[in-house]
Design a protein around this ligand. Structure first.
Ligand SMILES: [Zn+2]
Length: 157
């Protein structure tokens, strides 16, 4: 038995330090299931979260990204409009992304704080330089949507 290389090798992009282009051609198919409305909302410039309607549950603020079922009491959640204006809670900037990163770099990743929302949503700042406390508003990729969370970003308000 002999083992041979059956895939193409990598192209060298830089010699020192050695940088190679390792092309990946895999993909996966998955459903958004109970969170489909959230992604449909992005295409319509709507930011939809979910909220627990169980009076006995302690958390009644909006969850964003949404949860189909309440993480606390496990009951189905109701869909509600989330605010499209908020502020940056914290941030970091990606300079050297891993493979399959689909945004240009440097890319400011932000944690978004929204009034009435119990979670801090991770996203990216499409324009501008991030600062903690910076007022921002939602931006939606309605033309040529990716049908992923990348269809939502934030810009200075
Ligand atoms: Zn609950």
């Amino acid at each position: 038995m002999s083992v041979e290389l059956v895939a193409p090798g990598c192209e060298v992009l830089n010699l020192s330090p050695l940088v190679i282009e390792n092309v990946k051609d895999y993909f996966h198919v998955h459903t958004y299931g109970g969170l489909t409305r959230f992604f449909e909302g992005l295409r319509a410039s709507r930011l939809l979260g979910t909220r627990c309607t169980n009076r006995a549950c302690e958390e009644h603020r909006i969850w964003l990204p949404p949860r189909a079922y309440c993480p606390d009491c496990l009951r189905p959640m109701e869909w509600v409009e989330a605010p499209q204006r908020g502020e940056i809670f914290t941030h970091t900037t990606v300079e050297y992304p891993g493979s399959n990163f689909k945004l240009s770099t440097p890319c400011p990743l932000i944690s978004v704080s929204l009034e009435g929302v119990c979670t801090k949503m991770m996203s990216y700042l499409k324009d501008g330089r991030p600062e903690i406390g910076m007022k921002i508003r939602a931006w939606f990729r309605t033309e040529n949507p990716t049908h992923t969370i990348l269809d939502l970003a934030w810009v200075p308000a």
